[in-house]
Design a protein around this ligand. Structure first.
Ligand code: ATP
Ligand code: MG
Length: 562
């Protein structure tokens, strides 16, 4: 036995406890080999990210390895576009499979060999039953199943038929290969499950070499064994398949016995985590694509601006358990805030600008201030300029202030963040009575050598200088669904809960000139607003586009509580 690496300094969970026990007992020589086995029939979502962090994380912490294996046994739904996207997503999350990139289709020859051995040993037979007959013959939880009329064929007959199935002699759906186990087994998965189907379909990797394809149960455990996987971690719905998983390893004569371990899948509120449903959103154009920043896909989260660090931290915080639960989307958002808080430069964007003329600052008089760029002020500063025309947020002004109003109003004073105190002397309106500007003065003496604190003045509002600001588009994203469990309604389609306000586009925003050269993927905090990223698809030099990742506080929680 190799010397186990020291116990990892991470929160314990039941899977680690199992692995620790296996290692203590010297099972698999103390090795830990895991795998992440996606079917390439869609893009990865946050649920997959949880599984990736778990499998690759265990391999890392125990000094083992984790394979990326495409479970490509159903050529109807699979595509190389998905293979490429999945690889990119796993890499972006920060994980590396080294030389262990595998495909179930790499094992088609060996799987066929296992099936032939099972037939020869009397553990499998070719059935002529239709899918309906097979379903009807399976019985129920209370009633045993009935024997397939083909069940007593001799190994020689079965071998002949199976060879001809492979040779393409029979049409789709006319025959299947079934395991011969026990039609009265209390576990329905053991009632002669199907192992191979006929499918005259082109496969994205094996082309037209095969017209019979193994199903998930037959391919999965055998692929695990072939690769020397020690711990095959999957979601709870496979718990009832575990006896079949173990039975098949025995029937195929495999010595290596991986241990299947099940954990509860990730469920998130206000979203759906199912490839089937996500495909529907993309296909019917309810979103702009798999990487729409509102999608819970890894590609969507990346474009939205989430960091790999925040997603890994999220996976750590939610942990793994055997009981189903629903996690709040807010938890992911708080991981992002914690990650970007110290990292992201803090700059200013005025989302909905209102023009302010500073009458006591002459045209051409520009005042500059060196202000901190990061949460840790010692990390550096940027220079901010103030000129006669500035812009503030329209929502920071009201003509009719409520009692506790601390921002701008006629006759009131407020502090311009990092600069002077501003006083509103006059309101300018258009013919329709809409406020189109403010006429103000700044208290030029009040600044002194450092930020004024001699007078206690309401809040500080953010602003940009009219002659220095850079135009930008800002996209505000919200929950894609307005219902906490959109897919959980029996009588309503999940798409009827799509949130009509999940995207609000602000075309006329202004950002400070520090951002003029911002690159796609750059992340910033807009002071008082939230965390944003330069959009990786639509942002161009001179035509900046920012996506809001999250607001500074969990405003959604407040809305719901109201
Ligand atoms: P979906 O239900 O979205 O189609 P799937 O399970 O069919 O997902 P696979 O490509 O087969 O998708 O999944 C690859 C791996 O990701 C599996 O090991 C599966 O258990 C895991 N996984 C999928 N969804 C979740 C989830 N919500 N939480 C945790 N793990 C998940
Ligand atoms: Mg699946």
């Amino acid at each position: 036995m190799t010397d186990p690496t020291p116990a990892p300094a991470r929160p314990n969970n039941f899977i680690r406890t199992l692995i620790d026990a296996d290692r203590a007992a010297g099972k698999h020589g103390g090795q830990v080999v895991t795998r992440f086995p996606p079917e390439p029939n869609g893009y990865l979502h946050l649920g997959h990210a949880k599984s990736i962090c778990l499998n690759f994380g265990l391999a890392r912490d125990y000094g083992g390895r984790c394979h990326l294996r495409f479970d490509d046994t159903n050529p109807l739904a699979e595509d190389t576009e998905y293979v490429d996207a999945i690889e990119a997503d796993v890499r972006w999350l920060g994980f590396d499979w080294g030389t262990h990139l595998h495909y179930a289709s790499d094992y088609f020859d060996r799987l066929y060999g296992f099936a032939v051995k099972m037939i020869a040993d009397g553990h499998a037979y070719v059935s002529d039953a239709t899918p309906e007959q097979i379903r009807a013959g399976r019985g129920t939880l209370t009633d045993p199943g009935t024997h397939d009329p083909s069940r007593d064929r001799t190994p020689a007959e079965n071998l002949d038929l199976f060879t001809r199935m492979r040779a393409g002699e029979f049409p789709d759906g006319s025959r299947v290969l079934r395991a011969k186990i026990d039609m009265a087994a209390p576990n329905l998965n053991l009632r002669d499950p199907i192992l191979y189907r006929i499918r005259h379909t082109h496969h994205h990797r094996t082309g037209d070499a095969w017209c019979i394809y193994p199903n998930y149960d037959f391919a999965h455990g055998q692929s695990d064994a072939i690769e020397g996987i020690t711990h095959s971690i999957c979601t709870l719905e496979f718990e009832d398949h575990r006896p079949l998983y173990d039975w098949l390893l025995g029937a195929c004569g495999l010595d290596h016995r991986p241990q299947q371990i099940e954990f509860a899948r990730l469920n998130l509120d206000y979203t759906v985590l199912s490839k089937r449903l996500l495909i529907e959103l993309v296909r019917d154009k309810h979103v702009l694509g798999w990487d729409d920043p509102r999608m819970p896909t890894v590609a969507g989260l990346r474009r939205r601006g989430f960091t790999p660090e925040s997603i890994r931290e999220f996976a750590d915080r939610i942990g793994v358990a055997r009981a189903d639960s629903i996690v709040e989307l807010g938890m992911l958002e708080s991981c992002l805030r914690d990650d970007l808080g110290p990292k992201a430069p803090r700059v200013v964007a005025v989302h909905d600008p209102l023009e302010v003329t500073l009458t006591n600052l002459a045209e051409g008089d520009v005042r500059t201030f060196d202000v901190p760029l990061y949460e840790d002020a010692a990390r550096g500063t940027r220079t901010v300029s103030l000129s006669r025309t500035i812009y503030v947020e329209r929502e920071d002004f009201t003509e009719d202030p409520p009692k506790d109003w601390k921002r701008l109003a006629p006759g009131r004073e407020v502090r311009l963040r990092q600069a002077y105190i501003l006083k509103c002397n006059e309101v300018v309106k258009d013919a329709a009575g809409r406020v189109i500007g403010l006429v103000c003065t700044v208290d030029l003496d009040a600044l002194g050598g450092k930020p004024v604190d001699k007078r206690k003045i309401g809040n500080a509002i953010h602003w940009v200088s009219g002659s220095h600001a850079v135009p930008a588009e800002i996209r505000l994203y919200d929950r894609l669904f307005s219902d906490p469990d959109p897919a959980g309604h029996k009588d309503a389609d999940f798409k009827s809960f799509l949130n009509a306000e999940s995207l609000v586009v602000l075309k006329g925003a202004l950002v400070e000139p520090y951002l003029a050269d911002a690159k796609p993927g750059d992340r910033v905090q807009f002071e008082r607003k939230g965390y944003y990223v330069v959009d990786s698809v639509d942002s161009k030099p001179g035509a900046l586009v920012f996506n809001r990742i999250v607001s500074l506080k969990d405003t959604w929680a407040k809305l719901v509580a109201k």
